[in-house]
Write a protein that binds this ligand. Structure first.
Ligand SMILES: Nc1ncnc2c1ncn2[C@@H]1O[C@H](COP(=O)(O)OP(=O)(O)OP(=O)(O)O)[C@@H](O)[C@H]1O
Ligand SMILES: [Mg+2]
Length: 242
């Protein structure tokens, strides 16, 4: 579904990604771990063509998106749900309008059908009673849930989430993580998630990768990582729990 080959990206003299290879299988939840500044968001942005690599390829369903003209890239992008780290909801639209926006903008379904779908999704993410509120009237956790609903409303087969739990308390983090898992099961979507939140990353991931110095230091199932003797990984895990 997603394949990254030899990805290299530098900003000025700083090589952020240094020949990264990555594959994400159909229906899989892959979590990208790494210290702050290790390039998780930069890697995620390459997956929807928001960054152009210095070298390497990014295949989405066997199409190399790094060489697509803008018009075709927009089409690919439209098929991918993206949850931005800060939610990035439209301030001037209510929750339901925000979630309905991709449907009304990109599909031909009627407004009535669109809102029916939106209301089902809002029910699923527990925001039915807040549907007419503005983003500024929501808590951080509610904003994340609204953003998740918007990221998946088109039924995208690929959903990318940048730090879906950052800034949330442990209970809310767990809730949104469970929601992500539920969404992935329900829509059979392939998900790539960046996270600092080890507890939930290990709970929901099918596979994890750890970025270090621009490379994938280690990858595997939650069990593989827990059993790994890799010194940096152990240090990373200890730091997270201390
Ligand atoms: N547009 C840009 N211009 C210059 N440098 C950038 C740009 N985007 C990212 N960087 C640099 O690339 C490095 C990786 O950034 P990135 O945002 O991917 O880190 P991250 O792993 O997502 O960190 P965090 O966990 O804090 O979100 C950082 O050193 C950052 O300063
Ligand atoms: Mg980031």
């Amino acid at each position: 579904m997603i394949r990254v080959e030899g990805l290299v990206k530098s900003f000025a003299k700083q090589r952020v990604l240094d020949e990264v290879d990555l594959q994400v299988k159909d229906g899989e939840i892959l979590v990208i771990l790494g210290e702050s500044g290790s390039g998780k968001s930069v890697l995620l942005r390459h997956l929807i063509g928001l960054e152009v690599p210095d070298q390497g390829k990014v295949f989405i369903k066997d199409v190399d998106i790094t060489v697509l003209p803008e018009s075709k890239l927009l089409k690919v992008r439209r098929d991918i749900g993206y949850l931005f780290q800060d939610g990035a909801l439209y301030d001037f639209m209510s929750v339901e309008e925000n979630v309905a926006f991709p449907l009304l903008e990109h599909t031909k379904i009627s407004e009535k059908e669109a809102y029916q779908k939106v209301h089902e999704l809002l029910e699923m993410v527990g925001l039915s009673s807040a549907k007419t509120k503005l983003p500024s009237e929501l808590s951080g956790g509610m904003r994340k849930r609204a953003a998740l609903a918007r990221a998946v409303v088109l039924g995208s087969k690929i959903v990318l989430c940048d730090e879906p739990t950052s800034g949330l308390d442990p209970i809310k983090s767990r809730e949104i993580s469970d929601l992500i898992k539920e969404v992935s099961r329900r829509f059979k979507s392939t998900m790539v998630i960046t996270s600092h939140d080890m507890m939930n990353a290990f709970r929901i991931a099918d596979r994890l990768v750890l970025l270090k110095n621009g490379k994938i230091r280690i990858e595997g199932s939650p069990r593989d990582l827990k059993e790994s003797k890799d010194s940096f990984l152990q240090e990373f895990l200890t730091d997270q729990y201390s």
